[in-house]
Design a protein around this ligand. Structure first.
Ligand code: C6P
Length: 422
């Protein structure tokens, strides 16, 4: 089994998806005189009113700096930040709020681990194992660490066009020399859902530390760090209905507590003298300076919102939209090349329309109101492996509809005709 397409089952509830769509004011507009069809959700998702209102309420009533004052507003702001931390712990089934570090997003979470954990545990001759489908955020920080320490990077291969991890090569790559195995949960270019439970279990058997990049999964399916069995997990709030600038790093408490600080400054210290300082315990040790308090408040509201819809429902709907789009796109015939697995895929589809540049596809689609993304999607090594420099990508969220997908496919048909590649 190479994908984890199945989502843990729960009693099915009927969800009124069109009522939910109405929670997102930005979707109700025209772009270039056409109704907006927003299919760039892997880059960032739109925000429901509940999140916008939480941000507004915070700034209208509670705004102050945290952990510093003993005045009422400062206490409220501190409580709001710590309530968001507890909410995040619950959202990913961490055992305690102390396992949650607020970051700017997935990228900063990985950099934090590469610097703080990596500088202590990785040395010359060690190996860091990644997969060939990693985002640059889960490659470059490890390259920087490898340059500093003399460690080596090894990549678990992806199988050609199908875009699954080649599990037959796992034993060869996951050896006792590996210090850390960092893997994406869902590929932002292929839509592959990786078997992170199995990968983490295999790593654990060898005492290898694991990091799961949940940037593309946290808003789309239930996440349970205890079930996954990872040491670290990172996510971005803005990809799951929350504001930009806030994210979460989960760390197993023993692992976090043994890590030196990431950045120095206010908030993370116990005592400072002219020549040396002592640090607070995790997670505060890793949060130097004023945190993104309003971001945490918005993320709290986003998590509540997603939970209210039900993440099992979201996951199911996501996969239905992905499968629907994939099936419709295959009908475009020889003129289209689709990337990633045929079945068990997440709600995004990458493709190329023969030799038409992805940016041309995206530009023409935009003129028709359809927001896509084109480029290497911060997956340059993967693109090279696939033999392309870029793809166009449509990525869905629960507020998208099959009617929007129909229109998107129709627009691609028009583009094919226009460029004569049908
Ligand atoms: N992908 C896209 O695909 P930040 O920018 O820190 O919020 O997230 C970085 C990141 C890390 N891992 C994966 C798997 C990702 O998909 C992303 C962000 C966006 O459009 C931007 S390239």
């Amino acid at each position: 089994m190479t994908t984890e397409a199945a989502v843990p089952t729960e009693p099915k509830q009927a969800v009124n998806w069109s009522a939910i769509r109405a929670d997102f004011p930005i979707l109700d507009q025209q772009v270039h005189g056409q109704p907006l069809i927003y299919l760039d959700n892997a880059a960032t998702t739109q925000k429901p009113r509940a999140v916008l209102e939480a941000l507004r309420h915070y700034y209208e009533h509670d705004n102050a700096n945290v952990h510093r004052g003993i005045h009422e507003l400062s206490n409220r702001a501190t409580n709001a930040l710590e309530a968001a931390r507890s909410r995040a712990a619950q959202f990913i089934n961490a055992r305690s709020a102390d396992e949650i570090v607020f970051t700017r997003g997935t990228t900063e979470g990985i950099n934090l681990v590469a610097q703080a954990w990596g500088s202590k545990h990785v040395k010359a001759g060690d190996t860091i194992l990644l997969t060939e489908m990693e985002h640059h955020s889960n490659i470059v920080p490890w390259q920087l660490l490898a340059e500093r320490t003399g460690a080596q990077l090894v990549y678990l291969p992806v199988t050609g066009d199908i875009g699954l991890l080649d599990m037959n090569r796992l034993d060869e790559c996951l050896t006792r020399k590996v210090k850390l195995f960092a893997m994406t949960h869902i590929s932002n270019s292929l839509g592959t859902i990786n078997p992170v439970v199995e990968l983490c279990a295999r790593a654990r058997q060898l005492g290898v530390t694991t990091l799961v990049d949940a940037a593309q999964s946290a808003g789309h399916r239930p996440i349970d760090v205890q079930e996954i069995g990872c040491d670290f997990l990172v996510l971005s709030g803005h990809k799951m209905c929350g504001p930009t600038g806030i994210g979460v790093l989960y760390g197993r408490p023993e692992v976090l507590e043994a890590m030196p600080p990431y950045q120095g400054g206010g908030e993370m210290i116990l005592n400072v003298e002219f020549q040396r300082s002592t640090w607070k315990q995790a997670p505060h040790r890793f949060e130097a300076g004023t945190p993104d308090i309003s971001g945490a408040v918005g993320l709290h509201a986003a998590m509540d919102y997603l939970e209210k819809i039900g993440r099992h429902n979201i996951a199911e709907h996501d996969q239905e939209l992905g499968a629907y789009a994939y099936a419709k796109l295959t009908r475009l015939g020889q003129g289209i090349r689709l990337f990633g697995p045929h079945i068990g895929r997440a709600g995004l589809v990458s493709f190329r329309l023969k030799d038409i540049h992805a940016h041309d596809v995206v530009t023409v689609a935009d003129q028709r109101g359809v927001a896509l993304r084109g480029g290497h999607h911060c997956n340059q090594p993967l693109m090279r492996k696939l033999g392309v420099e870029s793809t166009a990508r449509a990525s869905f969220f629960f507020y998208n509809t099959t009617a929007e997908i129909d229109r998107f496919v129709e627009v691609l048909g028009e583009i094919q005709k226009f460029f004569g590649v049908a």
